[in-house]
Design a binder for this molecule. Structure first.
Ligand SMILES: Cc1cc2nc3c(=O)[nH]c(=O)nc-3n(C[C@H](O)[C@H](O)[C@H](O)COP(=O)(O)OP(=O)(O)OC[C@H]3O[C@@H](n4cnc5c(N)ncnc54)[C@H](O)[C@@H]3O)c2cc1C
Length: 445
C-alpha cells in the first residue's frame, strides 16, 4: 500500500513538473484554501493546480515521522497521525494551513516553547523548482536550500513533500490557566518554562493591561472520575473560558483545534460570536475556513461598499517575534500606539540558527505576538502596520510576511539575508517565473 502511495505521489509531482516544463512565463498556485492576508498579484500566469497534492504518503510510527504531500492540511495530517497516538511536533492551529504553507510561512503553535517553529521540526523537503526539477533537501543534502527555504513564500519553488516530525500524545490534555497582572512576572514564568519545560504545551493571552492568562497543557491518559472534557466547537467559546476556569480538560483533538472554531476570537468580526448565528451555522461551519471565505467575499461588492460607510480603519493583521528580554517593552508600546486586544502570546525557542531568510538568536526564547484586527485611523493608510515594523526592528524582533508589509527595499533586505536568497533564486528560478520575495511580500501578494 505504501509503495503504491509513493507511486501515486510521484505521478502527481511529475504532472506538476510537466506543467512547468510545458509552459513559460509567470506561475501561480491554484489551491482551495489560503491563509494569506495580502492581495494576490493579477495578470496572466500559468496555474499550477496543486489541489491533488494533499495526501499523507506514509507514517513511520517507530521513527516518529510522516511523509506528507505539500498541500496536505494539518487537519488531515492530524486525523492520520492520532490513531497512532502521535501528532506533528507543531500543529499550526488553523485547520486549513498546509504543511508546505507552514514550512515556508513559519508555522508556530504552543509546543514551540519546546521544539521551535515548524521548519525546525521538518527533517527533509522536496522543492519543485521553476524548471520542473524536484530538489530534495535536508540539513545534510543541499543544506543551503533547506535552510534558505523558510520565509521564502513560494518565491523559490513549492514544497511537494515534507518529512514531518511526530511526537507521542495522549487522548486528553489537562489545562491549567494561570492569571497574571504583572507582565514581568508572566514573562519570567514563560522564560522558566522555555528553559526547563514542565508541561506539554504553553501559550497565553493578553486581554488588557494587568490581565494576562497563561495556559499550561499537560498530557493525561484519561479523565478523572466524574469529569468530562469540555466542548468549544459550537455554543461555547474557548477563548472566553480562559477567564472563567482554572482547570479544564479537552480531548487532544479538540485541544489542537481549540483556536480554529473562533479563529482565536476573530469570529466576532463576522458576527459568529452571536448565539443565534452559532446555532444557525452549526459546528461544521464554525471554522477558520468559513471566516476566510467571508473575509474574501467582503472585498467584493456589495459588502465592500458597505464597509466604505464605516469610519476609516486600517487592518493590522500581524504575527511578530520578539526576544523575551524586550517583550514587556514591546507590549507597553504596542498598547499605547496600536491598542489591539486580545493579543495571542506564543513562546518559542530557536534550536537552530542556520535558517538564513529568518535569522533568529539561539541564546534566548522569543515570544510570538499575534494580533489581528482593524484599528480606527485618521492617519495615512499603512501608518499602523509601519509602526509595528518599526517597533519590531527597534526591539530586535522579526515579522512574519503572510500579511501586509510596508518596508522599502533597503530596510527589507537589511532584515532578511539578500545574498543567500539571491544565490538560491538563481539556482531555483533563474528566469523569475515566481515573483521575487520582496515583490511578493511587500509589493503585491
Ligand atoms: C489571521 C492569521 C493568523 C495566523 N496565525 C498563525 C498561527 O497562529 N500559527 C501559524 O503557524 N501560522 C499562523 N498564520 C500564518 C500561516 O501559518 C501562514 O500564512 C502560512 O503560510 C499559511 O499556510 P497556507 O498553507 O494556508 O498557505 P497559503 O496561505 O495558501 O500561502 C501562503 C504563502 O505560502 C506559499 N505557499 C503555499 N504553499 C506552499 C508550498 N507548498 N511551498 C512553498 N510555498 C507555498 C504561497 O505561495 C503563499 O505565498 C496566521 C495567518 C493568518 C492570516
Amino acid at each position: 500500500m505504501t509503495e503504491s502511495a509513493w507511486k501515486l505521489h510521484r505521478k502527481r509531482v511529475d504532472g506538476l513538473a510537466r506543467t512547468l516544463t510545458d509552459s513559460d512565463g509567470p506561475v501561480r498556485l491554484k489551491k482551495r484554501t489560503s491563509n494569506l492576508f495580502r492581495p494576490r498579484a493579477d495578470g496572466e500566469r500559468t496555474e499550477l493546480d496543486v489541489t491533488s497534492l494533499n495526501n499523507v504518503i506514509e507514517i513511520d510510527a517507530r521513527a516518529g515521522v510522516a511523509e506528507v504531500e505539500g498541500m496536505t492540511t494539518y487537519v488531515d495530517l492530524v486525523d492520520a497521525t492520532l490513531p497512532y497516538g502521535l501528532a506533528p511536533v507543531i500543529v499550526p492551529e488553523l485547520k486549513s494551513i498546509t504543511v508546505g504553507g507552514a514550512m515556508t510561512g513559519l508555522g508556530i503553535e504552543s509546543s514551540a516553547f519546546r521544539y521551535g517553529l515548524v521548519h525546525h521540526t521538518a527533517h527533509e523537503i522536496d522543492v519543485l523548482a521553476a524548471d520542473g526539477r524536484v530538489l530534495t533537501c535536508s540539513p545534510e543534502q543541499r543544506p543551503e536550500l533547506f535552510f534558505g527555504f523558510p520565509n521564502s513564500y513560494g518565491s523559490l519553488g513549492y514544497t511537494t513533500r515534507v518529512r514531518v516530525g511526530l511526537i507521542p500524545v495522549t487522548p486528553y490534555v489537562r489545562l491549567e490557566h494561570s492569571r497574571f497582572s504583572d507582565p514581568e512576572q508572566l514573562f519570567a514564568a514563560i522564560d522558566e518554562e522555555c528553559r526547563n519545560p514542565g508541561c506539554a504545551y504553553l501559550d497565553g493571552v493578553y486581554f488588557s493591561p494587568g490581565e494576562f492568562v497563561l495556559t499550561r497543557a499537560h498530557f493525561v491518559d484519561s479523565l478523572p472520575a466524574g469529569t468530562s472534557s469540555s466542548d468549544y466547537t459550537w455554543m461555547q467559546q474557548y477563548w472566553k473560558s480562559l477567564r472563567q476556569k482554572d482547570t479544564d480538560y479537552l480531548t487532544i483533538h479538540d485541544y489542537l483545534w481549540r483556536w480554529d472554531t473562533d479563529w482565536f476570537w476573530c469570529s466576532k468580526n463576522v458576527g459568529a460570536h452571536l448565539k443565534l448565528v452559532r446555532l444557525l451555522l452549526g459546528r461544521r461551519r464554525l471554522s477558520s475556513v468559513t471566516y476566510q471565505k467571508i473575509m474574501r467575499a467582503s472585498h467584493h461588492w456589495p459588502l465592500y461598499l458597505l464597509s466604505r460607510l464605516r469610519p476609516a480603519t486600517e487592518s493590522v493583521i500581524q504575527d511578530v517575534d520578539i526576544p523575551i528580554a524586550n517583550v514587556a517593552a514591546f507590549l507597553a508600546e504596542f498598547e499605547a500606539e496600536i491598542g489591539i486586544r486580545p493579543v495571542w502570546i506564543c513562546p518559542f525557542v530557536v534550536p537552530d540558527g542556520r535558517f538564513s531568510l529568518f535569522e533568529l538568536r539561539t541564546d534566548t526564547p522569543y515570544i510570538n505576538f499575534g494580533f489581528w484586527d482593524l484599528v480606527r485611523s485618521s492617519e495615512p493608510d499603512g501608518y499602523y502596520n509601519k509602526r509595528v515594523e518599526d517597533l519590531v526592528a527597534k526591539l530586535g524582533g522579526k515579522k512574519s510576511l503572510y500579511s501586509r508589509s510596508t518596508y522599502d527595499k533597503m530596510t527589507f533586505w537589511s532584515e532578511y539575508d539578500r545574498d543567500t536568497y539571491e544565490s538560491l533564486k538563481r539556482e531555483c528560478d533563474p528566469d523569475g517565473r515566481f515573483p521575487g520575495l520582496y515583490e511578493k511580500a511587500v509589493k503585491q501578494g
